[in-house]
Design a binder for this molecule. Structure first.
Ligand code: AMP
Ligand code: MG
Length: 401
């Protein structure tokens, strides 16, 4: 029996409703800074030091007072990086190397290329700027300032910055545990023979990598047979072991399958028809204390719905502050005269002219389109595109990071 057609929900409304259900997880752990990549900082990181801690030289050259630069100056000190210099008297210069502390009294570093030594004394051969080539104490980070705010997702740059401020350990939020299973009796695992009517399970690999890439721990429950009892048992196990249950397949509206009744029997379920393409069917519910998210089965649909809905939810669970990916305005390199009534995420790549080219087959089953692409063109519902139009491009670099 088919159900009455529900109106399609705009993506932004669906996302807001989903995020409203998500409370950040309680619990933190303290990790060595080197082990914290991909995790979310639980509290502001405040620097106990100035960076750099003292004025230091940006060049190999000579430290001196700018006012003395016109005179012949005896070179009275040699200051390699890591040494502690003596104060520099007026009328003298010090040989200095990159990263070495500038001696008290000196205000300027002259690079060695514009100097010469005359009878052992220094002559500056070109005009200089007072203060040049000196990195000022605290110019990068000031003592007491917030180096990284709570909610920062730790990447190569932020980990380096934390280390710059001397942080050997970082307190991060707890990793969400995400239980993953695929539904569909047509699915077999790579490595198994492919009987007639079967396809390989690709979503398991895509979703697992996506979930792990977001700093979550995966509880992989594999393929669950298309039977009510087995599905209910899988949901109970998933709910006892994970904060989030993520499934693919079997959420199309009106479909005869066991996922929907199973979730309804073990908890509660909302089926949403979202106005996006690919990926219209989407399910959200709860099984005991766990969130349940059911993604559509088509590989590109499950990828796209994960990126636009589940990704921000998993980030919010971890207390991350930036949930939305950045998009960029770029010129379309193609015409799209017959847009869908739903908001559409087209698989596109940057072309040589700096515009966007579109993969020829935008079917939600063709995962090659996403491999070929550099990202998604986020096209508003019903909007035709003409060559040269400015469109919104979301690079995969934003979404898969
Ligand atoms: P469904 O959402 O269950 O109606 O599935 C839609 C399409 O996605 C069907 O062609 C399924 O065979 C395919 N599909 C479902 N699950 C997977 C999976 N884990 N890997 C690859 N394709 C899948
Ligand atoms: Mg199915």
């Amino acid at each position: 029996m088919s159900e009455p057609r529900k109106p399609l929900i705009p993506l932004d409304d669906a996302l807001a409703t989903l995020l409203a259900q998500i409370e950040p997880l309680v619990g933190t752990e303290t990790l060595a800074t080197a082990d914290a990549r991909g995790r979310v900082l639980a509290a502001d990181l405040v620097s106990p030091v100035d960076v750099p801690p003292e004025d230091n030289s940006a060049m190999d050259g000579y430290a001196l007072r700018a006012a003395d630069a016109g005179a012949l100056l005896p070179v009275t000190q040699r200051i390699p990086a890591g040494s502690v210099p003596a104060p520099l008297p007026p009328g003298e210069a010090a040989r200095i190397f990159t990263g070495a502390q500038v001696p008290q009294g000196a205000d300027t570093v002259v690079m060695q290329e514009i100097t010469e030594l005359v009878d052992g004394r220094l002559r500056v051969t070109q005009p200089i700027q007072p203060g040049q080539h000196v990195r000022r104490r605290g110019e990068d980070v000031r003592t007491g300032s917030v180096v990284l705010p709570a909610g920062t997702r730790l990447d190569a740059v932020s980990l380096g910055l934390a280390a710059t401020a001397g942080a050997a350990q970082l307190t991060v939020t707890r990793r969400p545990r995400v239980a993953l299973f695929s539904t569909g009796d047509e699915l077999v695992m790579p490595g198994e023979p492919l009987p007639p009517g079967a396809i390989y399970n690709s979503n398991r690999f895509t979703l697992r990598a996506l979930v792990e890439g977001l700093g979550c721990e995966v509880v992989d429950l594999g393929i669950v047979p298309d039977q009510l009892d087995a599905t209910r048992a899988a949901l109970r196990e998933a709910a006892s072991r994970a904060d989030v249950i993520l499934t693919s397949g079997g959420v199309s509206v009106g479909e005869e399958d066991h996922l929907r009744p199973a979730v309804q029997a073990e908890g509660r379920l909302d089926l949403w028809a979202i106005a996006i393409k690919p990926g219209k069917p989407f399910a959200y519910g709860r099984v005991r204390d766990a969130h349940f998210v059911g993604l559509p089965g088509n590989p590109v649909s499950s990828l796209v719905t994960f990126l636009v809905l589940v990704r921000p939810a998993l980030l919010k669970l971890q207390g991350a502050t930036r949930l939305a990916p950045r998009g960029y305005r770029l010129a379309a390199g193609f015409d799209w005269p017959k847009p869908d009534k739903r908001r559409e995420f087209l698989r596109v790549r940057l072309d040589e002219a700096g515009g966007l080219a579109m993969f020829s087959n935008q079917s939600s089953g063709v995962l090659t389109s996403a491999f070929w692409a550099d990202g998604l063109l986020d096209n508003p519902a019903g909007q035709a595109i003409k060559i040269g139009d400015a469109v919104r491009f979301i690079p995969f670099a934003e979404l898969l990071a």
